[in-house]
Write a protein that binds this ligand. Sequence first.
Ligand code: RP5
Length: 162
Amino acid sequence: MPEPLVGVIMGSDSDWPVMEAAALALAEFDVPHEVGVYSAHRTPQRMLDYATAAAGRGLRVVIAGAGGAAHLPGMVAAATPLPVIGVPVPLAKLDGLDSLLSIVQMPAGVPVATVAVGGARNAGLLAVRILAAGDPELLARMERFQAELAASVLAKDTALRA
Ligand code: RP5
């Protein structure tokens, strides 16, 4: 098994039904990744240990998803120099707006690239793009993916007009 380049982490295993889409997008591009639960509130030291060790372990990007008082992405970004992508996980109450605002309003100097509420697939694709910037083969695959996406839209347009 190749060493993971992307860490897909979440505050609770209850986030997995949303976060799985990030792992699936990475798998689609054969990007080695790992998955884990690290709670900013319930296991703060374990979360910090993960974040501080991530770059040294060879990770290049961290995708962090959390819901409600969603402090995981920001705290991980505070403790690692790696790019962190935050996924606001929608919970039963407040529809994920609380998660979004908890993740997106980072203070200057500590960025988290925040995707849409429940936008784990885009988080995975953004991680692929970050890696592809330094990997011509992965960049070519991303270009093919974009061309296929465009073709699928054109096919729908053609079908609609027929
Ligand atoms: C957050 O609290 C987690 O990211 C999860 O979205 C939310 C609820 O967690 P559970 O009570 O389902 O474990 O930290």
